[in-house]
Write a protein that binds this ligand. Structure first.
Ligand SMILES: Nc1ncnc2c1ncn2[C@@H]1O[C@H](COP(=O)(O)OP(=O)(O)OP(=O)(O)O)[C@@H](O)[C@H]1O
Length: 277
């Protein structure tokens, strides 16, 4: 299904472009990524277009290896794409910015640092006095329910607590854009639901824009105001679903939630090359 690098992104089903009347918080414009590795060249992304409005929550689904993580690396400025451009607030992204946080599956915690030191990590580059850094880290840790664990080490925490610590580190930095790459995939089903609730609460309370990469259709429909589906490699967006009702407090039990999950499952099955998601 993937075509030439220069071809435009496929159609979407969303009702109205979410960034129509605002400067997007994040925009990936025709982003392509070629990797050169031991197995030769890989075209990971091909004409990836994604617009995220300020305060919007977007979930990305797609088969393994379609370039989801690559998209996030480009979005946070850790990797310059080989084609196309990335913008935040209309400005080109050329390096990581302080107000963007990236949470990975392994949470990126430093095992030799305490919980409070890990939570304050993102603040170090801001040259804030230590007292201020600790105050912000402690506030963020309390917000995610880790108020009693300041002096513990990551190894002493459960999987869910480590996830909350990664979240606290992002919240301590007053972020306006949160990027998450399969942050819950290592957790068991019930804990995963609990953490999904926490992610939604934090997003609603703090008002940042977020992009969540996940393999779980249910998670995408629970957390994404918009769910986008990528093609198999080289990846680009081939389908979009408006899902604004996800802010409803009883969304998980709403018949529409199940209907949307079913619809996305059919979409993923029907799209050539996206069966694995
Ligand atoms: N640094 C790299 N060097 C060479 N190839 C790479 C590199 N990083 C990623 N790739 C390749 O690019 C493609 C896209 O990888 P990426 O990790 O973005 O996919 P993904 O959709 O996040 O996959 P998954 O769902 O399995 O995590 C894959 O074929 C991968 O092997």
């Amino acid at each position: 299904m993937p075509k030439g690098e220069s071809e435009a992104t496929a159609a979407s089903t969303s009702e109205k472009a979410p960034c129509a009347n605002v400067t997007p918080k994040l925009e990936l414009r025709h982003v392509s990524q070629r990797y050169t590795g031991a197995r030769g060249e890989t075209l990971a992304l091909d004409g990836m277009d994604l617009c995220v409005a300020p305060g919007e929550s977007v979930a990305i689904l797609g088969p393994s290896g379609c370039g989801k993580s690559t998209s996030l690396l480009a979005a946070c400025g850790l990797q310059r794409p080989t084609g196309g451009s990335v913008f935040v607030d209309g400005e080109p992204v050329e390096s990581p910015r302080l107000e963007t946080a990236l949470i990975l599956q392994d949470f990126g915690l430093m095992p030799w640092k305490t919980v409070e030191q890990n939570a304050a990590l993102g603040l170090q580059v801001r040259r804030l006095p230590k007292k201020e850094r600790m105050k912000r880290a402690h506030d963020a840790l309390r917000r995610v329910g880790l108020g009693d664990f300041f002096r513990s080490y990551p190894a002493e925490l459960s999987g869910g607590m480590r996830q909350r610590l990664a979240m606290a580190r992002a919240l301590a930095c007053d972020i306006d854009l949160l990027l998450m790459d399969e942050p819950l995939s290592a957790l068991d089903a019930l804990l995963r639901e609990e953490m999904q609730n926490m992610l939604k609460r934090c997003w609603i309370d703090q008002g940042y824009a977020q992009v969540l990469v996940t393999h779980s259709i249910e998670e995408a429909v629970f957390l994404g105001q918009r769910v986008v589906v990528m093609s198999a490699r080289p990846g680009r967006i081939v389908y979009e679903l408006a899902n604004g009702e996800m802010v409803d407090p009883s969304w998980r039990d709403d018949p529409l939630y199940f209907e949307r999950c079913r619809l996305l499952r059919d979409v993923l099955r029907s799209k050539e090359g996206v069966l694995d998601a």
